[in-house]
Design a protein around this ligand. Sequence first.
Ligand SMILES: Cc1cc2nc3c(=O)[nH]c(=O)nc-3n(C[C@H](O)[C@H](O)[C@H](O)COP(=O)(O)OP(=O)(O)OC[C@H]3O[C@@H](n4cnc5c(N)ncnc54)[C@H](O)[C@@H]3O)c2cc1C
Length: 513
Amino acid sequence: MKPVRHIVIVGGGTAGWLTAGVIAAKHRARMPGGFSVTLVESPNTPIIGVGEGTWPTLRATLARMGVSETELFRQCDVSFKQGAKFARWTTGADDDAYYHPLMLPQGFQQLNLVPHWLAGKDGRSFCDAVSPQGAICEDGLAPKTMATPEYEAVANYAYHLDAGKFAPFLQKHCCETLGVRHVLADVQEVKRAENGDIASIVTPQAGEIEGDLFVDCTGFRSLLLGQALGVPFKDCSDVLFCDTALAVQVPHEHENSPIASHTISTAQSAGWIWDIGLPTRRGTGHVYSSRHISDDEAERELRTYLGPAGKDLPVRKIPIRSGHRETFWKHNCVAVGLAAGFLEPLESSAIVLIELSAKLIAEQMPVCREVMDVIASRFNATTDYRWGRIIDFLKLHYVITKREDTAFWRDNLLPETIPDRLRDLLTLWRYQSPWFHDEFDRVEEVFPPASYQYVLYGMGFHTEVEPGALTADARIAERALHENRVQTDRLRVGLPRHRDLIRRIVDHGLQAV
Ligand SMILES: Cc1cc2nc3c(=O)[nH]c(=O)nc-3n(C[C@H](O)[C@H](O)[C@H](O)COP(=O)(O)OP(=O)(O)OC[C@H]3O[C@@H](n4cnc5c(N)ncnc54)[C@H](O)[C@@H]3O)c2cc1C
């Protein structure tokens, strides 16, 4: 039996440090017995430094690692994120906007409110009828108060953060508190064992580093899994067309400018612009399809969106490639983060996938090499399922649009660009709304049926309702819809302004759990 004791992570971006932290926190008790986590990071290759929108899972991930939420706010320029507002995605008109909030619809575990909302037609959007969060965001309010302890929420939330500050913040915690060994060195060679495993990595600065399990977090390079082990890349640009991003950081007008507590995503002629408010600046960028628009035209659209605030600010161009590795864990090497793949950041799905992968590796950590292939095969099945479902969900935003004003939007509607599962579900959802029966049967679905409901009905999708189907749940539904009105009114008066709460957290700190 060959025990798995030495974990070597290559790459010190968000993926590397989150994976190191999750594994080290879970296996800390084994460290005196020789279990070790080493993170090797190039001193010459910078991290990607973008990726500012997260998912609510990050709260539990950081709490499990023992990170203080107050320190996160103090050191990473953090604001709250309560969902995303999608503007101009349906018709392209000025008043075309809807929310995908992070709170589940009222009573979600008990009943599906969609048919009742459709039948009621009281003029409220789906989001406003079933959740208070759109109204909280519109009012510029925070999702909790100073009396809410660390990581707990009044309204469900994630974070917006400065990606350039987040990795060093995690690094400090991992090395000082969780016992992770940090090696600054360039991997120049990967040595293989007879059975195909990675035996060691070779660096000029720290020599040869051996390990039992290697985690590839080297970003787009995919140095270990892609290059050394030759696992092919599965391109999905035939489904998701965007292949370039232009990123620009915009200062706030003044230090008291309101901060949106949601990501704003505004559709353009051949892509969309993200707009994320941090306490000290906005992080914005244009993600677009270079097959449909030139770089110059894309930059012009971005500058028009930013107005005078964006004049003369430097723009950083980042080529992106939609898709993922054919398998994620091969031999004794598993890829996490950009090394595993990338999809346009429309729903901030990258960091949450990193968290889920890190958690799966930590929880299923093979005790010995002999069982690793069984765990790898499960990991591959689960991860492949997740990527597939995310691709479906991102494509959903493009296929129920009524926009046909440019080739980009028209091409997105071509049937051959729509994955089979999504096409079948869209047929089904004309007659019944998304629900758990639609194969959302994994323990940790990245996007539950509620997410599909918010996007579909936010974009005016029509589902036929059979009147007879409503009677059984009518009273419970009525109560839930009423409860939502009451809760919305209560929260709109009870929650503090977003910037005010962040300031108070930084100055005074939240109650530690
Ligand atoms: C435009 C854009 C917007 C995005 N927005 C979001 C978002 O809103 N939400 C979200 O969840 N995600 C987003 N992402 C994705 C997110 O940025 C990444 O998933 C995240 O930053 C993780 O990156 P990484 O750690 O995998 O790679 P990187 O940050 O690129 O880190 C790679 C690491 O590998 C190291 N390395 C490379 N070569 C070697 C070598 N030879 N030897 C040793 N070390 C080496 C580097 O030094 C570095 O430390 C976005 C991505 C892009 C491109």
